[in-house]
Design a binder for this molecule. Structure first.
Ligand code: HEM
Ligand code: MG
Length: 358
């Protein structure tokens, strides 16, 4: 059975998260990383593996870095980049203090379209055999790199899918991220920078990407993700919500916590999303006929129709991938769609049961 969604943190204040139990390590040969700098960082800080402690004859002491009791330590993410939804929720809460409902909503949305619903595993990057046997087309099970089901255009630091690589850090775009932080934030990524850079990326995609698509769910995730570096990558002891270029570089480029990094002081989410949107509002839409042909799509959800985000996602996106599931696959779709709805059950949306109930 798919693991139950973890609840909120018991202790939900700030604490050191780059600790001795979660050392950063460079990528191993088969380790997978993808379009999300938050999840990439959690995987590169996977838990220490317990090794027998051995007397160090040089320093004549038990080695300081040896941890013998892992029972109270949470894994962030497995270093190979393949995880269960429950592991992802635990990791984003432990490591970044992401608010429980948001963590559940984003994680199940990603898992349902990008993960293997039979093995309960999802890749945080590209497609891999490590998630188990495929259910067959039209399902993709392609990991978070998969374009248009969750990952989308006009990312801040990743190129649009039409240009080839939608998941690796793009140096030109990261230089633009730094340039905007210098011009609009005095050397820091803050809400003003988020507003201007989000708009710049949309304008760039309209002008250069003939297949630019900025409809739901991308419309929502783009604005939310613009706030995440402020919410999550700034040390929890810092009252000024501004991210230095040095620390942005560690997270985005090296998937690495800054030395002595403490997570946010309270459960956090997309604070400031309304300000990012209203600085330069635009309707959801796409380039309908090549570059510079941006056309609003009235069937897409926007910020005034949140439940339509859920409805379109379930009926169009998930329905397109799983038109006629059977057996365990169908059962797990029902369970995971239930977990997805549970994450937004306070928003007054009507729950949908496209595959019936258990
Ligand atoms: C982008 C997944 C949590 C920070 C993305 C993208 C995906 C994703 C698929 C690519 C979207 C795109 O730009 O096209 C997830 C999932 C999460 C999660 C499933 C589970 C809760 C987090 C957390 C953080 C974070 C906790 C911060 C600590 C970001 C940022 C981007 C992003 C900043 C935008 C990158 C850019 O525009 O260049 N995420 N994410 N995410 N994620 Fe996550
Ligand atoms: Mg993208």
């Amino acid at each position: 059975d798919p693991a139950k969604p973890p609840g909120p943190l018991k202790y939900n204040g700030t604490k050191l998260v780059y600790d001795r139990a979660h050392p950063w390590k460079p990528l191993g040969r088969d380790d997978i990383r993808g379009p999300c700098p938050g999840l990439n960082t959690l995987a590169s800080h996977g838990m220490v593996t317990l090794t027998a402690k051995s007397w160090n004859w040089v320093s004549r002491a038990w080695p300081l870095t040896t941890i013998t009791d892992l029972s109270n330590i949470e894994q962030y993410l497995p270093r190979d980049g393949v995880a269960t939804p429950a592991q992802i929720i635990t990791a984003v809460q432990e490591g970044f203090n992401m608010q429980n409902n948001l963590a559940r909503f984003v994680t199940y949305a990603a898992h349902i379209v990008d993960g293997n619903l039979v093995t309960d595993l999802v890749s945080i990057g590209g497609k891999t055999r490590e998630t188990g046997p495929d259910p067959g087309a039209p399902a993709i099970v392609g990991g978070l790199n998969t374009h248009a089901v969750f990952e989308g255009d006009a990312s801040m630091t990743r190129a649009d899918f039409a240009f080839g690589d939608n998941h690796s850090l793009n140096t030109t775009l990261f230089n633009q991220f730094i340039d905007y932080s210098n011009r609009f934030g005095g050397g820091f990524y803050n809400l003003t920078v988020a507003q201007e850079l989000r708009w710049q990326r949309i304008q760039e995609s309209i002008a250069t990407n003939p297949t630019f698509d900025f409809t739901s769910p991308r419309f929502f995730t783009a604005y939310a993700e613009s706030t995440f570096p402020i919410s999550f990558f700034v040390d929890g002891r810092n009252p000024v919500r501004a991210l230095s270029i040095a620390n942005a570089t560690l997270f985005f480029k090296d998937s690495k916590f800054p030395v002595d990094f403490w997570r946010p002081a309270a459960p956090s989410g997309a604070e400031g999303i309304a300000e990012v949107f209203s600085a330069h509002p635009i309707a959801p839409g796409k380039n309908a006929n090549g570059i510079n042909s941006y056309t609003p799509d009235p069937t897409s959800a926007d910020f005034s129709t949140f439940c339509l985000l859920y409805t379109n996602f379930v009926t169009r996106t998930v329905g397109g991938l799983y038109p006629n599931p059977k057996g365990v696959l169908k059962r797990n779709l029902i369970i995971n769609l239930g977990y997805l709805y549970d994450a937004i059950d306070t928003s007054g949306c009507t729950e949908l049961f496209p595959y019936g109930t258990l």
